[in-house]
Design a protein. Structure first.
Length: 221
């Protein structure tokens, strides 16, 4: 099947370990055409579409009496100008930062996101700022992305220096910082080398930027 003949432009294509093939395209319409043709040629073939995810937002510095259980009702009742309806806000979780501030993460649709992004909402007795919540899944064992330590199958690597000793005893100075993902990238891309002199916690890391960019492509903004 020639993709040019069916006017199919893919974003990416990869084969999974179990033999399945994952095809990414810009829209469902672009996927329908090859899907129908494959179905006619091949038997016992199945497929499914992955819908773009709704964006997650973080409500900063939320009061202690605002919980995932009551945040939706509070936002709707205290911010009538936003015209939010029941069920449009999906609470996910809340957490406390190292500084002691408390943040709450919710999931909304793209329309509500545009209304509250970088603005303040009335929540409890205060006004809280709302931003996008976009965090890359990173393994604490090997510092690589897209899996957690529970699923990690490689040797432990420190996020500061790429050695395999405990993080608590790491004495790497700024001049000795190295990130395993950037080192791996340079190994396979000799003509497009990137800086490796930073830890896996550096928000300006080019690999992290690329991972977050790919995440954004799967979110319905």
């Amino acid at each position: 099947m020639n993709p040019a003949e069916i006017k199919f432009g893919i974003t990416s294509l990869k084969t999974l370990r179990d033999g399945r093939v994952v095809i990414e395209a810009g829209s469902k319409k672009e996927i329908d055409s090859p899907g129908d043709k494959i179905g006619k040629v091949c038997r016992n073939i199945g497929g499914e579409y992955t819908k773009a995810k709704d964006p997650r937002m973080i409500i900063l510095n939320t009061p202690v009496d605002i919980t995932p259980e009551n945040v939706s009702g509070n936002l709707i009742q205290q911010n009538p100008e936003l015209a939010m309806k029941e069920g449009i806000i999906v609470p996910k979780f809340c957490y406390t930062t190292k500084r002691g501030t408390r943040n709450l993460v919710i999931e909304v649709n793209s329309e509500i996101r545009k209304k509250i992004l970088h603005n303040r909402v009335k929540i409890g007795w205060i006004m809280s700022r709302v931003d996008d919540y976009l965090v890359a899944k990173r393994c604490f064992m090997c510092s690589r992305y897209n899996h957690t330590y529970k699923d990690c199958k490689v040797e432990e690597v420190r996020p500061l220096c790429t050695e395999n000793h405990k993080l608590k005893g790491c004495k790497a100075m700024n001049s000795e910082l190295k990130f395993i993902n950037c080192i791996t990238y340079n190994k396979y891309h000799p003509h497009t080398q990137i800086d490796i002199a930073h830890s896996s916690l550096d928000r300006k890391c080019p690999i992290l930027t690329a991972v977050l960019h790919k995440y954004k492509k799967n979110i319905e903004y």
